[in-house]
Structure formats: structure tokens, C-alpha cells
Design a protein around this ligand. Structure first.
Ligand code: SF4
Ligand code: MG
Length: 294
């Protein structure tokens, strides 16, 4: 007999994403934090795709950004700093039907989590990873992260505070098949990018400029508004050389591209599903496990 499926709501409205989330979890971000823009964009994208909360798993890391999974209805998992992508990959292997999104910060992804990031790019599983990039570790009061210093006119960097690198170039080099950038100051545009990222059949990285209004007084909303520029409509993201040249050209001009820079069809055999079959989960005897925890 077919498995009983959870009841699908008649219509997925934006309100669905607030149920079981706000105000059950009081929002703890500073007023004006860029993470609000990512939250708004995610709600728009999930609503547009008519995904229901039971079809999704949101995995968060540690940091202000990691709070976001509390503010959206749906299955969620809060992992350790830098670990979000490893948990997301494991969940996707166990249940390939689940829509898995990973939500993390720039320190989370590019410092302690960089080994997970690089190898998930190589494996290219069907996951969307949104980075709330603010150039600092906001939760621990503003220490420099690997993307700190973006746009600063510094002739000689120090070993304590080295220059920032390009998240997009790293993702492309490591093998991600969808590489894009968005800005929290324009959640509607960010939502369009998230829709495309969630429809992508491989690993989709979206680096979102998400200003920390409390600890990063340089990369502010106004600074970003002056420096972002849409990827031209004539750009072909399937052309690897064109994508790399676009990033180099934007760097040279001191501009930051917004949009899909690189996209390739996934060309890998999918992971073998982990051996957690539905029949194994029927009436499991958890008593030995509980005994161990006594
Ligand atoms: Fe947002 Fe920065 Fe406040 Fe954290 S410290 S909630 S990143 S504004
Ligand atoms: Mg950060």
C-alpha cells in the first residue's frame, strides 16, 4: 500500500512561512540587519515555487545568520559553526526527495567551514547554499571575517588582516555548477536568484551582501548601492571563460556583480541513497537507544 502523504495545503501563501516561526521565536537581529532582506527573499522564493514547509529542510550554522531557520516555518536543523553544508549533504543523501537549503554566514562558510564548502562544490549535490556575507563575525562583536576589507583602498595589507577573496571565484574553481550573487537591499531581485538556485539540479551557491549595521561601518547599504551592478543581460552563464572574465572585469572596475554569473548542467552520478529505507523506520524499537542515554 502506498505511504500516506502529509496533507498538502490548498495554496502556499507567504503567511505559511510565518506559522510556527514568528512570533514563537522573537527575532534577535539588530534593527536594519541585512539578514532581514534574506528572510524576506526566501519567503518570496519559497512561495513562488509553491514549496510546502514539510517538503523542506533548512540547515543553519552558528552566527547571526544561523538564526534565520528559526524565523521560517519548516523542518530545520541548527548545526555547529562551519558545519551546515556537511549536515545538509547528509540529509540530502538520506532523503533525496527533500528540498535542502543551507543558510550560513561568511565566516561560517569561508573560514572554519571552508573545507566543507570546497568539497561540497566538488561533489555538486542538489543543495542551495545562501551566504549572508557581511565581512564580520557579528555574533561575537565584529571580528574580521575572510571577506572583510571589500572595496577598502589599502595598499599594503597586514598578516593580521589580509585582503578579502572572491567567494564566486572560489566556488567556480572548486566545481560548483551554479554561482550567483544577490543583495539584501533588493529582496525582490534576491528572491528571483533563489528561485533559480532552488531549481538547479546541482550545488547552487548564492553569496548575498547582507550588511551588518552594527559592526561593519564600511560595507553599508549605501556603499553596496554605489558598487553593485547587474550582470548584463547579454552574459552567457554557461560559458566558463565568459563567467571568469566577467568576474575579473568587475574586480578591475571595483564593481560587484548581482545575478547569475555561472551555471552548468550537473554532470555527475547522484549519490547512492543512505540505507535508511521507509520500512526500516516502521515501528522502530528505540528502547536500547534510550537505555544507553540513561
Ligand atoms: Fe545583524 Fe550585525 Fe546585528 Fe548580527 S550584529 S544581527 S549581523 S546587524
Ligand atoms: Mg559574517
Amino acid at each position: 500500500m502506498a505511504e500516506a502523504k502529509p496533507k498538502t495545503p490548498q495554496k502556499v501563501s507567504a503567511k505559511v512561512w510565518d506559522e510556527n516561526a514568528v512570533p514563537r521565536h522573537r527575532i534577535q537581529w539588530c534593527p536594519g540587519c541585512g539578514d532581514f532582506g534574506v528572510l524576506a527573499a526566501l519567503k518570496m522564493a519559497l512561495t513562488k515555487l509553491e514549496i510546502t514547509p514539510f517538503e523542506i529542510l533548512m540547515v543553519g550554522g552558528i552566527g547571526c545568520s544561523g538564526q534565520i531557520r528559526n524565523y521560517l516555518n519548516g523542518n530545520a536543523f541548527h548545526g555547529t559553526h562551519g558545519g551546515a553544508l556537511a549536515y545538509a549533504l547528509g540529509a540530502k543523501m538520506a532523503n533525496p526527495d527533500l528540498k535542502v537549503i543551507s543558510l550560513a554566514g561568511d565566516g561560517d562558510t569561508f573560514a572554519i567551514g571552508v573545507e566543507n564548502f570546497v568539497h561540497v562544490c566538488r561533489r555538486d549535490p542538489e543543495l542551495m547554499h545562501v551566504i549572508m556575507d557581511n565581512g564580520v563575525y557579528g555574533l561575537t562583536k565584529g571580528q574580521h571575517s575572510p571577506t572583510h576589507g571589500r572595496g577598502m583602498d589599502i595598499k599594503i595589507w597586514s598578516e593580521e588582516s589580509p585582503p578579502p577573496f572572491s567567494p564566486l571565484k572560489l566556488a567556480m574553481t572548486a566545481g560548483a555548477t551554479f554561482v550567483a550573487q544577490s543583495f539584501s537591499g533588493d529582496p525582490k531581485h534576491a528572491a528571483e536568484i533563489y528561485v533559480q538556485a532552488m531549481q538547479h539540479k546541482g550545488f547552487a551557491m548564492v553569496n548575498d551582501f547582507s550588511p551588518c549595521v552594527t559592526y561593519n561601518k564600511f560595507n553599508t547599504y549605501d556603499w553596496y548601492k554605489e558598487h553593485v551592478e547587474d550582470v548584463p543581460a547579454s552574459h552567457d552563464p554557461s560559458d566558463t571563460n565568459a563567467a571568469w572574465d566577467l568576474l575579473t572585469d568587475f574586480d578591475r572596475r571595483g564593481r560587484l556583480p548581482l545575478g547569475v554569473v555561472y551555471r552548468q548542467p550537473r554532470n555527475k552520478k547522484p549519490f547512492k541513497r543512505l540505507p535508511v529505507w521507509p520500512q526500516e523506520l516502521k515501528n522502530p524499537d528505540v528502547r536500547p537507544l534510550l537505555q544507553m542515554l540513561k
